[in-house]
Design a protein around this ligand. Structure first.
Ligand code: MRU
Length: 365
């Protein structure tokens, strides 16, 4: 995708060949486009924890490079294992993080120490390249659903509602939930996106709106509580959201508030799709509500808002009653029964074990 007309991914090895990795600091978007250099494991872990990079696929890719950074200096197998634990501890809900760390460790731990650097960087690059192709395929499969929605209404503009940011900023390129929208744009379909602001960190208003604007996709930011009203008035043709972890039975963890959108969609007969790469499926879990760990973050994310002042500087202001406690749950779980279908790189399936195993037969029991 593009920022200010220039094609870019969300992370890349530094052009000077040092092995450093570069990212956009997403905590500054959309107000400032700033590139940050990750030189150490600690930099990578901090970038994930502080959400300079975020979104399930991108934190997995960043963790992969975090391990590669360790292989640049003297290190032992124990150092690599400890680095893996450090990275996994940064954020609990998105399973892509553990998936990427385990994939990297499986490649490098048993390699001769002198080969580890080369192997680690090649594997991290492969994870990134595969993510791009996976998301492109998700876009292709999701496009068919947008085309079907257009046919159903007899042509004209298709209105898609999305929550949080599951676009290219959450991945290496393309995105998961937003990939079908980019595919629709390229296919010449008139598509418009209702962008939930996504309190408390506003990934919708700041990141999804930013990236859709950069790619020239029609969109409108709405307050988080608006979706139900729009659905009641026939203004949403389908919902597409991403996910940070999906169980083998099709329960979906995604940004807090997703569940309420799925309930409203069900009540109004609006199709509710979830887009995900295979790396987001946790094949060990069967009950999302009971088993998926839900991240709780600093309550000040809820009580304080950061934005740009007229002079261009960034500032944070407190918006809550001083002293009132606040609880900041990052994610919720939408049960499979509320999900119309899962859009994966292998096609669209029912949100169920049978549906998922049908697409990933190697995961059958
Ligand atoms: O807390 P974040 O910003 O890392 O959350 C990630 C998200 O944006 C999502 O919940 C998203 O929809 C799934 S990640 C493609």
């Amino acid at each position: 995708m593009k920022i200010n007309g220039a094609p870019t991914r969300t992370l890349w090895p530094a052009a000077d060949g040092s092995g450093d990795v570069e990212i956009f600091d997403q905590t500054l978007l959309p107000h400032r486009v700033e590139v940050v250099r990750l030189k150490t494991l600690d930099h990578a872990a901090r970038a994930i924890k502080d959400m300079q990079v975020r979104g399930a696929p991108l934190i997995g890719a960043t963790a992969a490079y975090g391990l590669a950074l360790v292989t640049r200096g003297d290190h032992t197998k124990a150092d690599l294992e400890e680095a893996g634990r450090t990275l996994k501890a940064t954020r609990p809900t998105a399973v892509n993080l553990a998936w990427a760390v385990d994939r990297m460790l499986a490649k490098v731990l048993h390699a001769p120490p002198t080969d580890r650097r080369e192997i680690a960087y090649a594997e991290a690059a492969a994870i990134c390249d595969e993510d791009v192709e996976t998301c492109r395929a998700i876009g292709r499969h999701g496009l068919a659903l947008i085309e079907a929605a257009r046919e159903k209404k007899g042509g004209g503009r298709v209105n898609v509602l999305t929550h949080c940011n599951a676009g290219w900023l959450a991945c290496v390129d393309w995105g998961t939930a937003i990939a079908p929208i980019y595919a629709a744009q390229q296919a010449g379909i008139d598509v418009h996106v209702w962008v939930d602001e996504t309190r408390p960190r506003n990934q919708g208003a700041s990141l999804t709106a930013f990236e859709l604007g950069q790619q020239g996709v029609a969109h409108t930011i709405i307050a988080d509580n608006t979706g139900g009203h729009l659905m009641q008035h026939g203004q949403v043709d389908l919902c597409i959201v991403g996910t940070d972890r999906t169980t083998r039975t099709g329960d979906v963890a995604n940004k807090i508030g997703t569940y309420l959108k799925a309930l409203a969609a069900q009540d109004n007969g609006v199709p509710f799709y979830v887009a995900l790469p295979g790396s987001t499926i946790d094949w060990t879990l069967t009950d999302g509500i009971a088993q998926i760990p839900i991240e709780q973050r600093d309550p000040t994310e809820l009580t304080r808002i950061t934005g740009r002042l007229p002079d261009g500087s960034l500032a944070a202001v407190d918006i809550a009653a001083p002293g009132s406690p606040a609880a900041n749950y990052g994610f919720d779980v939408t049960p499979a029964r509320l999900v119309t279908g899962l859009i994966t790189e292998r096609g669209v399936c029912a949100a169920s074990e049978a549906g998922l195993v049908g697409l990933y037969p190697e995961r059958g029991r």
